[in-house]
Design a protein around this ligand. Structure first.
Ligand SMILES: [Fe+2]
Length: 251
């Protein structure tokens, strides 16, 4: 359990787009707190960890100036603005959910909007962290990941062709292409994901490719296929192998 101060809670709420409605809620909450003892006030503001809103961005694990065919400017902008923005948004959503925990008058559909945002932002944070962590390699598949690819796709070449075809199907739009091990079926597939919330249930990512236009437009314009080629050349198969070994050890 993590406690936040009333000032933190007010500050967080006052900055949001939904500030007016949420501030009304908090004002009511404050009014209740004023009528109880200081100890009771502190207890009322203890926030469950699930709503702590304290996520921190993970640093890049490679030198963004040294990728092949992906510029430092693109990677830094993507990391700072899109991924960094997702982390901030997830924190803001969690803190707003925390502020609404005791509000019995809140319409369920308003709460539902925030729960949807929790799912969107969580998906964006997780997938961006997987994406950046599986960049910075030499693009040469090896080890356990290559064994799995051969087992489920016949050869590396057949897997790469299907991975690229899946990614190119998302060109000009949004989404993710995810080589994943499915913990339920025990199978390995290249999954197509239209947005941050779109994942095959029980699938654990091995290699993640960001197909949102912000991931490539600065370098390639609308030529998404060239970006997909560049991504494959920079894939970090050491990280993919680490994920594969971790997933299989959990079975
Ligand atoms: Fe992105």
């Amino acid at each position: 359990m993590k406690a936040i101060s009333r000032r933190d809670a007010l500050s967080t709420l006052a900055t949001g787009a939904a500030g007016l409605a949420v501030t009304d809620v908090l004002t009511a909450k404050e009014a209740r707190i004023e009528k109880v003892t200081p100890a009771q006030s502190a207890a009322a503001l203890v926030v469950p960890r699930a709503f702590a809103g304290q996520h921190q961005p993970k640093p890049l694990t490679f030198d963004p100036a040294k990728l092949k065919g992906l510029s430092e400017k693109l990677i830094k902008s993507h990391w700072e603005n899109n991924y960094g923005g997702a982390v901030k948004a997830l924190n803001a959503v969690e803190q707003r959910l925390a502020a609404m925990l005791g509000d019995k008058d809140l319409p369920p559909y308003i709460y539902g909007d925030l729960k949807r945002e929790e799912l969107v932002r969580t998906g964006s944070v997780v997938l961006h962290e997987k994406y950046f962590a599986n960049l910075g390699g030499d693009g040469k598949a090896s080890g356990k990941a290559l064994d799995l690819i051969k087992q489920w796709f016949g050869s590396y070449e057949q897997w790469e062709a299907e991975f690229k075809k899946t990614a190119n199907a998302l060109g000009g739009g949004s989404g993710w292409t995810i080589l994943a091990y499915n913990m339920h079926t025990g199978e390995v597939h290249n999954y197509w994901a239209w947005d941050h919330m779109h994942n095959a249930p029980m699938s654990s990512p091995l290699l993640v490719l960001d197909m949102y236009e912000h991931a490539y437009h600065m370098d390639y314009g609308a030529a998404a296929a060239e970006y997909v080629d560049a991504f494959v050349q920079n894939a970090n198969w050491d990280e993919v192998n680490r994920r594969a070994e971790e997933i299989i050890s959990r079975k």
